[in-house]
Design a binder for this molecule. Structure first.
Ligand SMILES: CC(C)(COP(=O)(O)OP(=O)(O)OC[C@H]1O[C@@H](n2cnc3c(N)ncnc32)[C@H](O)[C@@H]1OP(=O)(O)O)[C@@H](O)C(=O)NCCC(=O)NCCS
Length: 192
């Protein structure tokens, strides 16, 4: 690798003169840097008996794309904690292309909100349409599954700044849901 320095054990310790363990501190953690794009062609095994993409398959692809954004931002493992409401407004046909785009909209202490949108593309007509859009939240964890601190994110455009501001309210709503879930868990445990 250009500019890399190897130690005696042939392990890379520096890249372009910067110690590897300090690279993430120097990286600019912009929203754009967390961006992930995934393209999938809908195949028969992804479809239901009507020849349209199954919702569960799409949700799996969305989770993968959003996880890439979260991991790209945090440079760590990331676990999905919540998925906001998903509405499928347009079905996606066998043979169409699914474009999934995601980016981290806001980072808190260890959690990150990831905005995601899905666009279907008809290869015959070239037409594209928005199929769904939602937010995921991920928590950065170490190898023991313990939450760890993530870098702050830098919103740059007006749209990114708005999503960054609005993320606070969405987080509050998720934490309110989490409290409801906690009560349900306690009730379940006490009835066993
Ligand atoms: C994610 C997980 C490790 C967090 O554990 P925890 O004990 O709540 O950890 P912490 O108390 O340190 O909280 C970590 C963060 O998660 C957030 N969080 C926890 N539960 C949440 C929920 N239900 N909704 C939204 N955020 C939540 C906390 O607010 C905190 O955010 P912050 O650090 O940015 O302030 C744990 O909930 C877990 O393992 N969940 C299962 C995840 C999973 O299996 N996902 C599917 C497969 S990848």
């Amino acid at each position: 690798m250009e500019g890399s320095v190897f130690c005696e054990q042939h392990e890379i310790v520096k890249e372009n003169g910067i110690p590897r363990n300090q690279m993430s501190k120097l990286k600019k953690h912009t929203v754009a840097a967390s961006r992930a794009v995934m393209n999938r062609l809908v195949m028969p095994e992804d479809s239901n008996t009507l020849g349209t993409l199954m919702g569960g398959v799409l949700m799996h692809w969305m989770d993968m794309c959003a996880a890439i954004s979260a991991r790209r931002h945090s440079n760590s493992y990331a676990m999905t904690v919540t998925v906001d409401r998903i509405q499928f407004v347009s079905s996606i046909q066998l043979g169409e292309v699914v474009n999934i785009e995601s980016e981290v909209t806001r980072a808190f202490r260890s959690s990150m909100e990831v905005g995601i949108r899905v666009i279907a593309e008809n290869l015959k007509t070239g037409k594209k349409r928005l199929c769904t859009s939602t937010y995921y939240s991920f928590v950065a964890v170490d190898t023991d599954g313990k939450s760890i601190t993530v870098p702050e994110i830098i919103p740059e455009t007006d749209e990114q700044k708005k999503r960054f501001r609005d993320a606070e309210k969405r987080r509050e709503e998720r934490l309110e849901d989490a409290r409801r879930m906690q009560n349900m868990t306690k009730e379940f445990d006490s009835n066993r």
